[in-house]
Design a protein around this ligand. Structure first.
Ligand code: SF4
Ligand SMILES: [Zn+2]
Length: 334
């Protein structure tokens, strides 16, 4: 039996907000709904090394809870044309979102021209796609990296590039727009290798995708990455690196390549230094809509040298640890 407080929690969405996004090249207000669910099946088995979503899940959440959460969202719905529904896993996993709840979500937002949701590729099957309404959905696939070795060893993703290709091809065949998420700087990669990997992954994912979202790793609580970060073996990517990736991406594809980084400017998220974080984050935001690399034209800061040193020292030392932090500690102990 659940106590009252957890019952209350189960019947409220994990988060709900409005934000700007692009829909058919038009800048629109999107409603973002994060449903609290029983969680991602993979996170219960092994889980991705950077994923802390499991802590937001509750195995006792059932259909009635999800419908109650949806009711809260409907109360806040203001006829937005774009609705994004995320779970702590896969919207198409019937064990996580029962079919009745899925259908209720699809009926809940009558003015929405598009409803975007995320799924792992194993649930993108002809049967699940047949059960969706025509012409109103967008699917997001978290490929993270187009390199199987990185998926296996640095992320523990639990699927391979081939699984993404199968799901993405099926979506393309059905004319369902697809957004690909890529992870910038998984654990155990140097800053330079991380940039190269994301740039290659953009080129790989572009033919399948309507848009590509670059997610710089944000260190979440109770994860393997958090343990590495706490002991100085991991540093989230630099904003300089994110900008390089976005610039390179622009040259690789006509598709929209953008980033709305969570935790940006904090020690757990993508960051440079206190002096320049805000101007970099603003430029990334502007570029997300304009897709014009000129947004990055004037950006610079004295911390560029630290970023360049980080790239160089990691290469020379053949390590992915947070070299700057180790050196600072050394100096402190001198
Ligand atoms: S697939 Fe997504 S929700 Fe599941 S463990 Fe990985 S990052 Fe977390
Ligand atoms: Zn700076």
């Amino acid at each position: 039996m659940r106590r009252d407080s957890s019952e209350d929690r189960a019947q409220k969405p994990e988060a709900l907000w409005k934000e700007e996004d692009l829909l058919d090249n038009e800048r629109v207000t999107a409603m973002v709904l994060i449903l609290r669910t029983s969680g991602c099946w993979w996170s219960k088995k092994k889980g991705c090394l950077m994923c802390g979503y499991n802590s937001a899940s509750d195995s006792s959440i059932d259909l009635s809870d999800i419908l109650a959460q949806l009711k809260v969202a409907i109360g806040r719905y203001d006829n937005e044309k774009f609705v994004k529904v995320y779970t702590s896993g896969s919207f198409l996993d019937r064990n996580e979102i029962p079919l009745e709840a899925r259908n209720a979500v699809m009926d809940a937002f009558p003015s929405a021209k598009s409803i975007l949701f995320e799924s792992r590729p194993e649930f993108v099957t002809p049967e699940e796609l047949d059960a969706l309404p025509d012409g109103r959905v967008q699917v997001a696939l978290g490929l993270e990296s187009a390199d199987n070795e990185i998926l296996r060893k640095c992320i523990n993703k639990g699927f391979l590039v081939e699984d993404y290709v199968r799901a993405a091809s099926l979506l393309k065949e059905r004319g369902i727009p697809m957004r690909t998420y890529l992870l910038l700087k998984p654990s155990f990669l140097t800053e330079r290798r991380a940039m190269q990997d994301t740039i290659r992954s953009i080129a790989f994912a572009a033919p399948y995708s309507e848009s590509i979202s670059i997610n710089p790793l944000n260190v979440q609580k109770d994860t393997m990455v958090e343990r590495l970060w706490r002991r100085g073996d991991y540093r989230p990517p630099w904003l300089f690196s994110l900008v390089e990736v976005l610039k390179a991406g622009r040259g690789l594809t006509e598709k929209r390549v953008f980033s709305s980084p969570s935790g940006a400017g904090s020690l757990r998220g993508v960051h440079n230094c206190e002096k320049c974080d805000a101007s970099f984050i603003e430029a990334v935001k502007r570029h997300s809509f304009s897709q014009d690399v000129k947004e990055f034209g004037d950006l610079d800061c004295e911390c560029r040298t630290r970023w360049q040193n980080d790239l160089r020292l990691q290469d020379v030392m053949r390590t992915s640890v947070d070299v700057e932090r180790y050196l600072a500690d050394e100096l402190l102990f001198d």
